[in-house]
Design a protein around this ligand. Structure first.
Ligand code: ADP
Ligand code: MG
Length: 414
């Protein structure tokens, strides 16, 4: 099996044609880390970058100076173009989903209406976490950042959904909900012009609202209706905006990176995502295999390490038996026995280490088989492998280390 094509990370970052990089993948695989690391690396190579993070770990956010939520990008201190790469800057922000929703309302309704919407309890629960709101707002924010045109590269992290596909599906779902049947029924009286239609709908409405108010309680229903009426000006807007950002994601300046762990389930999901991107005509740059295991001593195979360990352990038992066989009545013999015992300890420790090494080599082999299965399914997808670092990634130095591994593309012995 041929090794996969290596993802040319630096070429991607340096290409002025690359305007948006989207890091997708299932939860917990390293999307946020990858997005931040790419941001740091691109800035230090001279680009003016903004990274939109969604849910950075607290310490990572602190290290980038974005632990307070104000929903606007801030310049990250300590990151600038190095080695003559002039003009490099990193800006970072953490998405505030509710604030983004509020900004849409404020930007699309007059002050009085905006106030009524923002104060409505139905709006408050919708904006605080209706399924898909986070994905929708991430897309919305991406659209806003792109429209500002202040950066030459935008790196986007995606929400911690269970599935990578949610990022593509949820905005449309929320858009259809907001433009959907339920809401149109509730709004109908305000919209219908003709008298006949009016009468017909009013009968329908009173039956409907009668049932609904029994189900939901009259005051809650009134809140929903007020909300819906107040949002009237924005209808159609949601779908249109989701569609516009969707098209942005299909543009040639966009590059998707699918982040996955080198495990069968993760790569099966990554394969679905790759197929889906192709179906949506969204440009895939490649796969980031994160937390790949490596070894600095990979010339020693698992089999040979195990054989050596067994050899040592058997040798140790023989030593012990011979040591215990005779009576020890002289100091010299006792000393020799001590040395034997110390030798046996060293052998035991060495054998233990060899076994650990063998296990590591087996993990590496398993991960490579998993990767090869993906590559035989999708030979067109370039891959960058990033070693598992010994600790969490929570500062700029850690992000640089990830960036170097991304650029090298092959796991350095770690
Ligand atoms: N290559 C790596 N080596 C070591 N730790 C990593 C690596 N990649 C990610 N992590 C750690 O794994 C955790 C999850 O990463 P994160 O980027 O937040 O995942 P996601 O955004 O996909 O949920 C974080 O604590 C991060 O520091
Ligand atoms: Mg994340």
């Amino acid at each position: 099996m041929d090794a996969p094509r290596r993802l040319p990370v630096d070429r991607l970052l340096d290409d002025p044609g690359t305007r948006i990089i989207v890091c997708c993948g299932a939860g917990g695989v390293g999307k946020t880390t990858t997005a931040a690391a790419l941001g740091v690396r691109a800035a230090e190579r001279g680009r003016k970058v903004v990274v939109l993070t969604i849910d950075p770990a607290r310490r990572l956010a602190q290290s980038m100076g974005i632990d307070s939520l104000d929903n606007t990008p801030r310049r990250v201190k300590g990151v600038q173009g190095v080695d003559g790469a002039d003009g490099g800057e990193l800006h970072a922000m953490m998405l505030d989903m509710k604030r983004t929703f509020d900004e849409i309302v404020e930007g699309h309704a007059d002050a009085e209406r905006a106030e009524a919407i923002l104060a409505n309890p139905f709006y408050q629960s919708l904006s605080a976490g209706f399924a898909g709101t986070q994905e929708y707002m991430a897309m919305e924010k991406l659209g806003q950042l792109r429209a500002r045109d202040d950066w030459d590269l935008i790196v986007v992290d995606t929400p911690p959904s269970r599935s990578a596909l949610d990022f593509l599906d949820a905005p449309k779902r929320l858009g259809s909900f907001l433009d959907g049947k339920f809401i149109r029924v509730l709004m109908a009286p305000a919209k219908v012009g003709g008298r006949a239609g009016m009468k017909f709908l009013n009968v329908g409405m009173s039956l409907m609202t009668g049932t609904l108010s029994k189900l939901m309680g009259a005051s809650l229903l009134k809140d929903v209706q007020t909300f819906v009426a107040a949002m009237d000006t924005m209808f159609g807007g949601f779908r249109t905006r989701a569609d516009a950002t969707f098209r942005l994601l299909q543009a040639p300046g966009t590059a998707f990176l699918v982040v996955a762990a080198p495990e069968p389930d993760a790569l099966r999901e990554a394969a679905y995502f790759v197929e889906r991107l192709a179906a949506e005509k969204m440009p895939l740059a490649g796969l980031v295999l994160n937390r790949v295991h490596g070894s600095g001593a990979d010339q020693l195979s698992a089999e040979r390490a195990l054989a050596a360990a067994e050899n040592l352990e058997e040798g140790g038992i023989v030593d012990q038996e011979s040591g215990n066989a005779g009576l020890r009545d002289s100091a010299a013999e006792a000393e020799a026995a001590d040395a034997d015992a110390a030798g046996a300890d060293v052998d035991e420790i060495t054998a233990g280490l060899l076994r650990l090494h063998a296990e590591r080599m087996q993990v590496i082999a398993r991960e490579q088989r998993t990767r090869d299965r993906f590559t035989s399914l999708h030979p067109e997808v370039a891959v960058a492998e990033v070693a598992a670092l010994p600790g969490d990634v929570h500062d700029l130095a850690g992000l640089r280390a990830i960036g170097e591994r991304l650029a090298a593309g092959v796991p350095a012995g770690a």
